[in-house]
Ligand binder design. Structure first.
Ligand code: 2NE
Length: 270
């Protein structure tokens, strides 16, 4: 498969192949833990994926065969957050969660090893998860002095139910890929050697589907959970579709032509 690099970064890789944008956390020495800079780079790459017309599906993964992501880099955890290069404490991964949910295209987590702590939350916020057999899942916050009470808990509970979500967080156990599949935490599990092939295969199927239909399904599924923000994003897409209709164009045309709009010509559907 001929992945071509979209943009060079320090902590991540960003590649493109036939409609798929692949974003890889590239810090294998720390099991792909993220520091504030890693997160800024991920946000930049996801923003590019949103803008680019030729990218229909995004894959998020980790470099190597050990880890998808082991969460926040404990080496830079200080007072008030993860300390950036300017000495400022940050928890900017929450901005990344919002980006992934807002992105009007499917995002697939390709989990190639440990998905632990904040790394586990990253796969939770993706639309689909495809895991290799060696993948291991779990939260570790209450063991290492952290927690994610946002998407990392409430959205997790939507995947696995309240009891299981509380078990995952309260006990900080680790779960095999098979256990994760059984509890509805991942979509499918494949041998490591087939991980990318299967992910690309699933992406190609989604690329054949209507982008607007996929977009509205993602918006609808999010809106149920995301309150006013979810409704706003869904309404924004309804407005986008309205702008494509002659009825909306009549309003604009009438204003520019300094006449009353004739909306009576348009059907009132039952
Ligand atoms: C992932 C896990 C379970 C793997 O265990 P093991 O025994 O297979 O590997 P090892 O030796 O622990 O890790 C390999 C190397 O990666 C580094 C380790 O320090 C080690 O480096 P060396 O000693 O060989 O030099 N490494 C692994 N994870 C790291 C990390 N997160 N930061 C920095 N270095 C890391 C095991 O490594 C593990 O439990 N890792 C820690 C997982 C964790 O607790 N992550 C933070 C959770 S909190 C969080 O992410 C978070 C949040 O809760 C809320 C908001 C935002 C973030």
């Amino acid at each position: 498969r001929n992945w071509t690099s979209v943009k060079e970064y320090e902590d991540i890789k960003f590649d493109f192949f036939e409609g798929i944008g692949k974003i890889t956390i590239n810090r294998p020495r720390v099991y792909n833990a993220f520091r504030p800079k890693t997160v800024l780079e991920l946000i930049d790459a996801f923003d590019i994926c949103r803008e680019r017309q030729d990218i229909g599906v995004i894959v998020l993964t980790g470099e190597g065969d050990k880890a998808f992501c082991s969460g926040g880099d404990q080496n830079v955890k200080g007072h008030g957050g993860y300390i950036d290069e300017g000495g400022v404490p940050r928890l900017n991964v929450l901005d990344l969660h919002k980006r992934i949910r807002s992105l009007p295209k499917p995002v697939v987590a390709m989990v190639n090893g440990y998905a632990i702590g904040g790394g586990h939350v990253l796969h939770v916020v993706c639309d689909l998860t495809i895991a290799s057999e060696n993948a291991i899942f779990g939260q570790s916050g209450p063991k290492v002095g952290s927690f994610d009470g946002g998407f990392g808990s409430s959205y997790l509970a939507r995947h696995v139910g309240q009891k299981k979500a509380r078990e995952i967080w309260f006990l900080c156990k680790q779960y095999s890929a098979k256990e994760a599949e059984d509890m509805g935490l991942v979509n499918t599990v494949v041998p490591f050697e087939q991980l990318e092939d299967t992910t690309v295969e699933w992406c190609k199927i989604m690329l054949q589907r209507s982008p607007m239909a996929l977009r509205m399904i993602k918006r609808g599924l999010n809106a149920e959970l995301d309150g006013q923000t979810g409704i706003m994003e869904m309404a924004g897409d309804a407005t986008l579709m309205f702008y494509l209709m002659e009825e909306a164009q009549e309003g604009r045309n009438a204003f520019l032509e300094k006449r009353d709009p004739d909306f009576q010509q348009f059907p009132k559907f039952p």
